[in-house]
Design a binder for this molecule. Structure first.
Ligand code: S3P
Length: 453
């Protein structure tokens, strides 16, 4: 039998043979700068006017796509080094000389569309196969209402025509709970005549609002209603933004530790924004042994803490809130489903329809992952069409590792790739993972820290 279990190798063809038999999560693990905040630091930092020093910027490909697009539009990188990346936006926004390559990044595309609309420049957006399938009408519709000329299509590649006229502020109630949609409108609103208001039915991550406030941009919030006014750039001002560690990346180490015997990890400097750490609440409710220590505020208006997580053999099943959880856990459902598969009992992760529009159809891909490891599940639908995932947990005490390697494809989705590796580590089952390089979109040091790099 031994001969059938390969050692870990990384093939050129983007497939990883991962042998997790000796994997234990022990000691200090790190996470990159938060991806959502990195995009905002770059985009809002370019609109700011003066020089912005950005520390701990996420080094993944998605954030690089944002920076490269901004440079095409006239943003200058003044310096980069140990003290951070120093950028300054242009006095006049330039028309990009080539298509803006958004790679895999929905956040880059949607937030930059707000900037392109505001700046009035013509720009073509293109992206990889996964991004080219994702819906853009949700940002195009409100931006067109503000006066952006109608783009050439509703999926990438698409071109936004030039616009001589200023945008006009609107009052908008998004139909999907999406921080990207809210942010695109608010970014456009910084260039618009009159106030721009977004009223959210369900509150989403508020990094854009916090960063705008930190940079002194004219923003007011009242409950679920956020208003911005036209912003006058401050060419002589200087500001530093320190980006906290990404909790969505920390979730992989936390769950890895909870499900893998003998594990105990410490992760410092993790963002504690309430919209981003709901997964910790659910893991605690499941009986996960997690401690949050050293809570403090960073430059940039966010809070960070140190996370500690220990092996927790007696995880209990959970039911996630159908109203609050979908937006608050949107990126953590894959790894939460992995944790739920180790719990005793039947977990119900509710109202997950929006997962179908992520880097992959994540609801389908989570199902495939569970099935590959022999975990039963159902996807149910309620009368309103809301889809839920029911996971029939198999704690390690009732699970026999599959003796043979299993194959799983990430379908170009970084979070599915990392979830699959953590599942394999916990279940001590060798994994042939197709589509592993996509992890670089958000977490370039993940494999190295997993002991694979
Ligand atoms: C993000 C918002 C979320 C999230 C994505 C990053 C952001 O998307 O899934 O990874 O930075 O605003 P939606 O706002 O579209 O749900």
């Amino acid at each position: 039998l031994k001969a059938t279990i390969p050692t870990t190798t990384l093939e050129e063809i983007d497939t990883l043979h991962f042998n997790p038999l000796n994997i234990v999560f022990k000691g200090n693990y790190t996470v990159p700068g938060d991806k959502s905040i990195s995009h905002r630091a770059l985009i809002l930092g370019s609109i700011f006017g003066g020089q912005v020093t950005i520390k701990n910027l996420n080094g993944g490909e998605d954030v690089h796509s944002t920076l490269a697009a901004l440079e095409e539009m006239g943003v200058k990188v003044i310096s980069k080094g140990a003290e951070g990346l120093v950028i300054q936006g242009p006095q006049n926004w330039l028309t990009p000389s080539k298509p803006l390559d958004m790679g895999n990044s929905g956040t880059s595309t949607r937030l930059l569309m707000g900037l392109v609309a505001g700046a009035g420049v013509q720009a073509t957006f293109k992206g990889d196969a996964s991004l080219s399938k994702r819906p853009m009408a949700r940002v195009i519709d409100p931006l067109v209402q503000m006066g952006m000329p109608k783009p050439s299509g509703e999926n990438l590649p698409l071109t936004v025509p030039p616009n001589e006229k200023k945008l006009l502020g609107i009052d908008y109630i998004p139909t999907v709970a999406s921080a990207q949609v809210k942010s695109a409108i608010l970014i456009g609103g910084l260039f618009a005549k009159g106030p721009t208001r977004v009223t959210e039915i369900m509150a989403t991550r508020d990094h854009t609002e916090r960063m705008m406030g930190y940079m002194g941009m004219p923003l007011e919030t009242q409950g679920h209603r956020i208003q911005v006014r036209e912003y006058a750039p401050q060419r002589d001002a200087q500001i530093t933004v320190d980006i906290p560690g990404d909790p969505s990346s920390a979730a992989f180490w936390v769950v890895g530790a909870l499900i893998t015997p003998h594990s105990k990890v410490t992760i410092e400097n993790v963002l504690m924004n309430p919209f981003r750490v709901k997964f910790l609440e659910y893991l605690l409710e499941m009986g996960g042994q997690i401690e949050v220590e050293d809570l403090k505020v960073t430059q940039g208006g966010e809070e960070v803490a140190t996370l500690k997580a220990h092996y927790s053999p007696n995880l209990r099943a959970i039911e996630t809130d159908p109203v609050q959880a979908p937006a608050a856990l949107i990126d953590e459902f894959p790894i939460l489903a992995v944790a739920a598969s180790f719990a005793d009992g039947q977990s119900s992760l509710q109202n997950l329809g929006e997962l179908r529009f992520k880097e992959s159809d994540r609801l389908f891909k989570i199902g495939e992952l569970l099935r590959a490891f022999g975990i039963s599940f159902e996807i149910t639908q309620n009368e309103q069409g809301g889809e839920s995932l029911i996971v029939h947990g198999r704690p390690l005490s009732t699970y026999t590792p599959l003796g043979h390697p299993i194959t799983y494809s990430s379908q170009g989705d970084h979070r599915m790739a990392m979830s699959a590796l953590i599942m394999a580590a916990g279940r001590k089952t060798p994994l042939r993972l197709e589509g592993v390089k996509t992890i670089n979109t958000s977490f370039p040091t993940f494999l190295e820290q997993l002991g694979v790099g």
